[in-house]
Design a protein around this ligand. Structure first.
Ligand SMILES: [Zn+2]
Ligand SMILES: [Zn+2]
Length: 244
């Protein structure tokens, strides 16, 4: 399985960057995981929109779904003009907040499947298992697997007891590293680099990718904080492909 980072920033992109978006590929199956601003542009550097087997949205914050609203235009206009010949794309997403869910799913080009805790779903050759996290809106981590290869993506979350168990033995952990310890508050919506390093070490993951980067941070500070607990964490790199 291949994972390409289309966008690594949150909650807004750095100059020239994109918000959360990842493409998982295996034997002709292509699944877009999250679709923040800038992701549709990046996706088309790799494949055509109609080559997508499905879309998975970890949660409905704008930095993870904003480009769904223009992907909708691309599909609607493409179908009307005969350059896109698929009826619709399955979209796995939480059904809250209800207004955003309604906005995304109001077009027939998207075929919604509601994510709930524990849901397992096969999209082509790739299987997904979802675990609810803790974030200001309903948000899901996911295990993305194919024939023994396992990648866990945290989505957005703050520290909780579930993410460690869920990440156990993963080949790759792609983690929301939205904070440094110095900026953590009681209402923190994201994991700190320190927490991510501890989770990865305790879970015994083979590779840790730091993502959901706030453009205001120096990346080396994030790497150094995670490395207090986990040796050689990897800073996500946009348009880089990781092989499981
Ligand atoms: Zn986010
Ligand atoms: Zn979020």
């Amino acid at each position: 399985m291949k994972l390409t980072v289309l966008g690594k920033y949150g909650p807004y992109p750095a100059a020239g960057g994109a918000c959360s978006g990842y493409l998982a590929e295996q034997d002709g199956t292509r699944v877009l995981v999250d679709c923040g601003s800038g992701v549709l542009s990046r996706l088309q550097q790799i494949c055509n929109i109609q080559d997508l087997s499905g879309i998975v949205l970890s949660h409905l914050h704008s930095d993870h779904m904003a480009d769904m609203l223009i992907l909708r235009y691309a599909l609607e206009i493409g179908k009307a003009r005969g350059i896109i010949n698929i009826e619709s794309i399955p979209v796995y997403l939480p059904n809250a907040p209800a207004d955003i869910y309604g906005l995304v799913t109001s077009s027939p080009v998207f075929r919604p499947v509601i994510i709930q805790d524990g849901l397992q779903a096969d999209i082509g050759e790739i299987s997904f298992t979802f675990r609810e996290m803790s974030h200001p809106v309903q948000s899901f981590a996911m295990a993305v697997e194919h024939s023994g290869g396992k990648l866990v993506y945290t989505g957005d979350t703050n520290m909780n007891t579930r993410i460690g168990d869920f990440s156990k033995g993963a080949d790759y952990l792609v983690a929301d590293t939205g904070l440094l310890e110095k900026d953590k508050t009681d209402q923190a919506a994201h994991l700190t680099a320190d927490e991510v390093g501890r989770i990865a070490a305790d879970a015994g993951v083979k590779n840790l990718i730091l993502s959901h980067i706030w453009p205001g941070y120096a990346e080396q500070d994030i790497i150094n904080e995670a490395a207090l607990h986990y040796s050689s964490p990897i800073m996500a790199e946009e348009m880089k492909t990781y092989i499981l």
